[in-house]
Design a protein around this ligand. Structure first.
Ligand SMILES: Nc1ncnc2c1ncn2[C@@H]1O[C@H](COP(=O)(O)OP(=O)(O)OP(=O)(O)O)[C@@H](O)[C@H]1O
Length: 236
């Protein structure tokens, strides 16, 4: 199995604050990983470190075996790592069609599975809004557009941080359906979401962070039957 991302011994600081402690995270091609933990435990910081937004103070990050510990975000993105941050990140002044087309590019090794047409098939709601500006969309539509834009880069992995945050229940259900579809196509996923049941149901394996330390790493199907652990680390 190809190891897509291999982060070892990651330590990350914000100024004087030590946030991540010796974190190891390995993601194989096509694998779905959930990142669980209460608020402020370091999930977003880990993702931002992997993406090159923050440089770790110790540890190494390899992507397909090549060292990317000191790479910039655009270099990481070029490796087929697509990140949909909390709060989205679409172009408000471009319409839906433009937002998608401007992101389009072949993936690593020239893969071009996700075309404009295929993204629209996956997000029928966006098809009805093609001429709408980004700022005219509802929160749920903006989220779908952000995911659609990420897919247009033909990524090997899609990283979703709180993709369902603040959305209406029907839209949340739609986003989870889409995540399931993406997973079936063989794109790896790294998912952070408050709904731990949904994360467990939609991933192969979960990593639990507590105060910047990996305290559990288990198959999702195993973890779902361990309510004591979930209570201890997630307070549920
Ligand atoms: N830019 C920053 N500067 C300083 N400290 C920060 C910064 N961003 C986050 N932190 C701190 O780092 C710690 C980890 O935050 P992080 O956002 O990674 O947690 P999280 O698990 O993603 O939680 P949440 O779900 O609340 O986003 C928290 O104590 C937070 O206050």
């Amino acid at each position: 199995m190809t190891v897509l991302i291999d982060a070892q011994g990651i330590n990350t600081h914000y100024g004087e604050s030590h946030i991540l402690f010796d974190v190891n995270l390995q993601i194989n091609a096509g694998e779905s990983i959930g990142l669980l933990g209460r608020n402020g435990m370091g999930k977003t910081t880990l993702i931002r470190t992997l993406m090159g937004h923050i440089r770790p103070t110790a540890g190494s990050i390899k992507i397909r075996g090549a060292d990317h510990t000191r790479s910039e975000p655009h270099q990481v993105a070029r490796q087929g790592i697509a990140y949909v941050p909390e709060g989205r990140g679409i172009f408000p002044n471009l319409d839906v069609r433009e937002n998608l087309l401007v992101a389009a590019r072949p993936g690593v090794n020239g893969r071009n599975d996700w075309t404009y047409e295929r993204v629209l098939e996956t997000f029928p709601r966006l098809t009805e809004r093609l001429q709408h500006g980004g700022q005219q969309l509802s929160g749920g539509e903006q989220q779908m557009l952000a995911i659609g834009r990420a897919l247009m880069t033909n990524p090997d992995i899609l990283i979703l941080d709180e993709a369902t945050e603040g959305l209406a229940p029907l839209i949340i259900a739609e986003i989870w359906r889409i995540i399931g579809t993406i997973r079936e196509t063989g794109v790896a996923t790294l998912i952070v979401d408050r709904n731990y049941r949904k994360v467990l149901a939609n991933t192969d394996r979960c990593v639990v962070l507590e105060k910047g330390v990996v305290v559990e790493e288990k198959e999702s199907a195993t973890l779902i039957n361990q309510p004591d652990l979930l209570t201890r680390y997630l307070g549920v």
